[in-house]
Design a binder for this molecule. Structure first.
Ligand SMILES: Cc1ncc(COP(=O)(O)O)c(C=O)c1O
Length: 417
């Protein structure tokens, strides 16, 4: 309950300009914000259905796939994860989850809610799994599904996926990856790596706001899901009865991918009311990254991530985790002993309008996480963040080389011309 007088509540809301350099969300590209303010059209207006088809085609390029089932789940990235897991998993199915950070734990939690028989394997945070360890677990568990995160922003680690599908295939398992934090900023190849399902969000390397989850599913995954299809009462036609199957129905209406496919497909069966402005945002995000070129976007993230990493080292700070498997777009920075990480973050925000991230679980209080992604994977954003961080750290009595962060980052950027 707010105690504020109504007159205060009726004041216009004018959020300040911030430079969002945490692990996501980042500042949306102004072109995306413009797209979101364009006129709404009706859900079944031919302009809208053409836009939906265009979104599907654009995201096939972004995921590098020919999967027909490539579309948006309305909701944040977690909605995409949940839609895929609840639609694929029948109660009792064995699901293997490799956990190397917080978002692996989220997959465990969602799979458990789907009443899967969940088996997890763990490595210490800051590391990734060697293929052998995953192969041994797959052989032992014989899962229906292996569900893994690609890049876990909680630890900044990127799990190599390119060889995993072959192992899954040998044991009849499907392979799903959460690519929320990697798509568009780190190499990802849906088809060449032979994955069965992947889901993403807009608010990281794709330069958008959160609120839409691009997903893609192989024919094999779609076959399993449509075998469980039940068309909602009120829309059902006599021919739909033939679809009834002995498999358990999908335990969510909103996230039922069988129904979503009928909504995005030729049948255009009504489901939810489309989040039109988010669809415009998703369309623009895909257009922007494809106009730049996916490989060029990945290289831009590599370069600016390397500049930020060199910059924090240039400030005398240590970088967390296995450097060989670090995501391009986020760096974990060890908080120097004696400093209060949250106060430093608050001072950065108050004094410079720069936001960096805190950490979760075992890393809370130990790490800051600094992102260079999407629209913010730019030299000026990197250099501004490093100079602000230097100033704030100096104010907290932390000794470091003057200009060391900006100098080191500039040297990396200069190497690329
Ligand atoms: C790897 C990963 N997966 C999932 C999520 C959840 O995304 P959302 O908050 O958009 O639901 C995040 C968010 O940081 C993430 O980094």
């Amino acid at each position: 309950v707010s105690d504020a007088p109504l007159a205060d509540l009726l004041e216009p809301f004018d959020p300040p300009a911030r430079l969002l350099m945490g692990p996501g969300p980042i500042n949306a590209d102004p072109r995306v914000l413009r797209a979101m303010s364009t006129p709404l059209v009706g859900q079944f207006d031919p302009v809208m259905t053409a836009a939906m088809n265009r979104v599907m085609a654009l995201y096939r390029e972004v995921f590098r796939t020919t999967n027909r089932a490539t579309f948006l789940v309305d909701g944040t990235a977690r909605a995409g994860i949940e839609a895929i897991l609840v639609s694929l998993i029948e109660p009792g199915d064995r699901v293997l989850v490799p956990v190397f950070g917080r978002f692996g734990q989220l997959l465990v939690e969602i799979a458990e809610r789907c009443r899967a028989d969940v088996h997890r394997v763990d490595v210490p945070w800051g590391e990734v799994f060697p293929l052998d360890q995953l192969a041994e677990a797959i052989e032992r568990v014989e899962p229906m599904l292996v569900a893994t995160v690609h890049g876990d922003t909680s630890t900044t680690m990127c799990q190599p996926l390119h060889d995993l599908a072959a192992v899954c295939d040998r044991h009849g398992a499907l392979l799903y990856a959460d690519v929320t934090a990697t798509l568009g900023g780190n190499a990802f190849e849906m088809d060449a790596w032979n994955l069965d399902a992947a889901s993403a969000g807009l608010q990281k390397c794709l330069s958008g706001p959160s609120g839409s989850a691009p997903v893609t599913l192989s024919d094999r995954a779609v076959e399993r899901i449509t075998a469980r299809k039940q068309v909602e009462a009120g829309l059902r036609e006599p021919s739909d009865d033939a679809c009834a199957s002995s498999m358990a129905p999908i335990a969510s209406n909103y996230f039922d991918i069988a129904m979503l496919l009928d909504y995005w497909g030729e049948r255009r069966l009504n489901h939810h009311t489309e989040a039109t402005s988010m669809l415009y945002a998703a369309l623009e995000c895909a257009r922007i990254v494809l106009v730049e070129g996916l490989d060029a976007a990945v290289e831009r993230h590599r370069l600016h991530g390397a500049a930020m990493t060199a910059g924090v080292r240039g400030l005398g700070l240590d970088v967390f985790g296995d450097p060989a498997h670090k995501m391009h777009n986020v760096v974990g920075v060890e908080i120097p002993a004696g400093l209060d990480g949250d106060t430093v973050r608050a001072d950065l925000l108050r004094g410079f309008g720069v936001e960096i991230g805190t950490s979760f679980g075992p890393l809370h209080g130990r790490l800051w996480r600094i992102g260079t992604m999407g629209y913010n994977a730019r030299a000026d954003a990197v250099l501004t963040t490093l100079s602000a961080l230097e100033e704030v750290l100096r104010g907290h009595g932390h000794a470091m080389p003057v200009g060391g962060g900006v100098d080191a980052a500039t040297a990396v950027l200069a190497e690329s011309g």
